[in-house]
Design a protein. Structure first.
Length: 470
């Protein structure tokens, strides 16, 4: 299915054939561009080497070119429709998927789409000032790539709201541009999207841990019985892979540089040598991991049980699971706090589906830890290395909220937790040190001294390519 770039809004959904919808979206477009101008990247540039989607199939879906960022062609791209697709789970299992929204599921589906849509512009807002301190043109280009695609993911959700939810959907689409990350009066919906991303270590941790929640949530929405949502999420996941690559390799490069400085100077305290100490990397990791765990909602949730049973939101890799895909009889074990201790409890699998998704996410997060510790070892750094904190650490949502759990998984009282906090989460001094390293490097091929250079350029270009021109 090719994408029509002659239209004002590039799309592969035959927008030209639905004049009302086209007009509605064309009237949302200036509001989006205004929002981008006000809340998008603050660094002015001449052009940036960016990829743009040109098709949705397996082969060669993207085209790379120098683009003026505000002229990026944001559009609506859905994966191809499978005419035989059936609902894979829940009470409607085996029935044909829906091309329209069933009345009884209207408000739940709209809610899920709004929550998903709200995160996309939020991340652009959180990252808007990072261009001012980019460690290289390569990194700056990756930041813009992530930003324009999060903008496109907002378009993806707005298309669904406009096309399938009538007046209420159009109102929600408008509201997506009115809430803002960190705003006192109208914040973004989910906690992690109101946190700051003030420096590039935070950016790499965000794209590793928080974008990875995106991967898992989109993976469950890709299973949805509402076929347009499924097809939208399928294509979003394709774009999302690069965002996590930015996070994984970004943290790789910070760890690599830190390890090299530790080996060279035979000390853990690499701060005086312009590096980020491993203990500080661990604290940033603890923070971003724990706020990202909150994005999975409560370990037990009737919302998620209802979403699953009614076919709105499936499980990660639903069709590869070897069970009945209905789960009315199934049970699972979940950790929780009981009488000041962490215990495991057996619960109905249906209400524990957020926990099920989070379990797959945690296993995926662990692969990063393994690779970062391998980088440390290959630089001759022995010792405990980096690790994921306990799932109950620093939680604001779910069964651990309000409990005082150390990164090692011990329950302590509030005073002990506060006393431990500076060792576990970034302190003002840690943030000030990281901030002091954030100086822009805009010369082609040059790279800031607090991280290692990337292994390869983008799309086969050399590292000293002018990825961004001013
Ligand atoms: N902050 O029943 P519960 C991404 C609310 S990231 C604030 O336990 P449920 C991206 C919850 O809404 C992926 N509030 O949770 C990444 C509910 O409120 P209502 C985004 C929270 O509903 C990087 C109440 O607490 N996509 O794409 O089972 C860059 C009880 O909650 C939070 C999605 O999340 C929180 N952390 O699950 C760019 C997918 N957690 O309904 C993009 C769509 C929970 O009682 N969303 N609450 O008023 C969902 O599937 C679900 O809404 C959630 C929550 C998984 C978020």
């Amino acid at each position: 299915m090719s994408i029509d770039y002659t239209e004002r809004i590039p799309n592969n959904v035959n927008l030209a054939e639905d004049r009302r919808l086209q007009r509605a979206l064309e009237s949302w477009q200036p509001a989006f561009l205004h929002w981008w101008g006000e809340m998008g990247p603050t660094l002015p540039t001449h052009d940036v080497y960016l990829r743009t989607a040109v098709a949705v199939g397996r082969e060669g879906w993207a085209n790379f070119a120098r683009v003026k960022v505000p002229e990026y062609r944001w559009g609506i791209f859905l994966a191809e429709r499978d005419p035989d697709r059936q609902i894979a789970f829940g009470q409607h299992k085996g029935e044909p998927v829906w091309q329209q929204v069933p009345g009884e599921h209207r408000s739940s589906l709209q809610r899920l789409i709004v929550v998903q849509g709200d995160t996309e512009p939020a991340s652009v807002e959180q990252q808007r000032r990072l261009g001012l301190t980019a460690p290289s043109l390569y990194d700056l280009r990756n930041l813009f790539q992530v930003n324009v695609e999060e903008g496109r993911h907002l378009w993806a959700m707005v298309y669904l709201l406009h096309a399938y939810f009538g007046r209420a959907g159009r109102d929600e689409a408008e509201a997506l541009l009115l809430r803002n990350s960190g705003s006192e009066d109208s914040p973004r919906i989910l906690g992690a999207f109101n946190e700051e991303t003030p420096d590039w270590l935070s950016f790499f941790m965000f794209t590793y841990f928080t974008d990875r929640d995106g991967k898992y949530q989109l993976g469950t929405l890709k299973e949805s019985a509402f076929d347009p949502l499924s097809r939208t999420c399928e294509f979003m996941l394709k774009e999302e892979a690069h965002h996590m690559f930015v996070g994984t390799t970004g943290v790789d490069r910070v760890v690599e540089r830190t390890a090299a400085l530790m080996a060279e100077h035979d000390t853990d305290d690499v701060a005086p040598f312009g590096g980020i100490p491993l203990a500080v990397i661990q604290k940033y990791l603890n923070f971003h991991y724990s706020v990202s765990l909150d994005l999975f909602g409560g370990e037990t949730s009737t919302n998620v049980a209802n979403y699953f049973t009614s076919g709105l939101k499936g499980r990660w890799q639903e069709e590869r699971r070897k069970d009945d895909h209905v789960l009315t009889e199934a049970v699972t074990t979940v950790e929780q706090i009981d009488g000041g201790r962490i215990v495991t409890a057996e619960l109905p699998a249906l209400t524990a589906l957020n926990h099920d998704l989070r379990t797959a996410y945690i296993a995926d997060c662990q692969t990063g830890i393994t690779r970062w510790n391998r980088i440390l070892a290959s630089n001759g750094i022995t010792g405990p290395g980096l690790r994921l904190p306990h799932v109950g650490f620093n939680r604001k949502v779910g069964l651990f909220a309000g409990g005082h759990v150390t990164p090692g998984g011990t329950m302590v009282d509030a005073a002990a937790w506060e006393a431990g906090r500076p060792a576990w989460l970034p302190t003002p001094a840690d943030k000030a040190h990281v901030e002091s390293l954030m100086r822009p490097v805009y010369e082609p091929g040059k790279i800031a001294a607090w991280l290692a250079p990337p292994r390869n350029g983008i799309n086969g270009q050399p590292l000293d390519y002018s990825y961004v021109r001013f």
